[in-house]
Design a protein around this ligand. Structure first.
Ligand SMILES: *Cc1c(COP(=O)(O)O)cnc(C)c1O
Length: 368
């Protein structure tokens, strides 16, 4: 089979999404399924919808358009503030977008009027992570502006934490968002359809038994796809961490000295690799490189250690020589997954086969 390839197990993705939908549902929180790391694949979108997510969300309007084009008919949210140059596509493909700039909101209103279609605005509030969001003191003005804008509907408020500065969602900042929701509702005499508390990094808070207050939505990508919460990269109980794996093929395997010979300068990517003299080692090369994946985000199978990578080669060590043509199966972190999904050199193979495997089963074995 062609390598490198991402293996996407739809049955495991369904299990992960379903488990999160059920668990959070018991706490009064709905799940918006975030598809951005899947580049808007319709088969993955369908699985998330069958698992019970309330809608789909993506940071790229191209991905929303791809899903619409493939016939996915769900409520769709653009979760990055629209560029002024793309508002026409935004109102065409997204029902709702997350917003923090009045200029963009005005442009969305004009675009929505041109196509005579309503568009939902979720106002994002800055609560400490210093990525997108209106300062809380400016929220009332923004709400007033949306309410006065033709063709726009106030779809809710939201926040995003843990992405730029690593600020953890906790009882304090989530209570602040709840208080803002109450404040907006009483000030303007309306009901906010959605109070969106954040992303997969909110799961520790959401599942801790803390009071979830007014939060009724989380936008989840990584936890569904990789079965982990991003704050500590911890596996989430009951979820598969190998729903998506990366398979690469061995193209060289030899005994070599562990130390390079010659005058040492910089390597292909400008760093000066540190090597320890461990005598002669078995070193193997996989046809996989920086053009395909972020090698730092790979987790090698048991008994295999990643030594280095260049554009097209991943160098690993292990106890035994590997047969040429053997395949190794790696797990990935979110950054590695994004790069592999985006690389035209990495094939994508979708399977539906392993629903019976209990989560956490040792699926790390090499497929030699
Ligand atoms: C990417 C993103 C998400 C999803 O984050 P995960 O950690 O993958 O769950 C949610 N909200 C916004 C605004 C995002 O950009």
């Amino acid at each position: 089979m062609t390598a490198p390839r991402l293996q996407i197990d739809l049955a495991k993705l369904h299990h992960n999404a379903r488990t999160l939908v059920d668990t959070l549902g018991r706490r009064g929180i709905g799940v918006t399924g975030v598809t951005k790391a899947m580049l808007g694949r319709a088969d993955v979108a369908d699985v998330l919808l069958r698992a019970g997510v309330r809608g789909l969300a993506d940071a790229r309007v191209e991905n929303l358009s791809a899903m619409r084009g493939a016939g996915v008919s769900a409520s769709m949210t653009l979760i990055r503030s629209p560029m002024l140059t793309q508002v026409d596509d935004v109102v065409r493909y997204a029902d709702t977008s997350l917003n923090s700039e009045i200029d963009v909101i005005d442009a969305l209103s004009r675009a929505a009027r041109r196509v005579a279609r309503p568009h939902g605005i979720v106002l994002m509030v800055e609560l400490g992570d210093l990525r997108e969001g209106i300062m809380p003191a400016d929220l009332d003005d923004a709400v007033r502006h949306v309410l006065r804008s033709p063709r726009l509907e106030l779809a809710g408020i939201g926040t995003n934490l843990a992405c730029r500065s690593g600020v953890a969602p906790d009882a304090r900042n989530m209570a602040a968002l709840s208080a803002l929701a109450d404040h907006v509702e009483t000030t303007f005499g309306l009901v906010l359809p959605r109070v969106s508390g954040g992303n997969s990094a909110n799961l520790s808070w959401a599942l801790s038994g803390a009071d979830t207050g007014r939060i009724d939505d989380l936008r989840l990508g990584e936890s569904i796809l990789l079965g982990r919460e991003p704050l500590h990269r911890a596996p989430l109980p009951g979820l598969h961490t190998d729903a998506i794996t990366l398979v690469a093929e061995v193209i060289e395997s030899k005994r070599k000295p562990s130390q390079p010979t010659g005058t040492l300068a910089r390597s292909a990517f400008g760093d000066r690799p540190v090597t320890v003299d461990r005598g002669t080692v078995v070193q193997s090369i996989l046809a996989l490189g920086v053009q395909d994946v972020d090698p730092l985000g790979l987790q090698a199978p048991r008994g295999v250690r990643i030594l280095g990578a260049s554009s097209d080669h991943l160098v690993v060590s292990g106890e035994h020589r590997l047969p040429i043509g053997a395949e190794l199966v790696f797990r990935l972190d979110y950054g590695a997954l994004l790069r592999a999904m985006t690389s035209p050199f990495v094939r994508k193979r979708v399977t539906m086969c392993s629903a019976h495997e209990p989560p956490g089963a040792p699926a790390l074995a090499t497929a030699a």
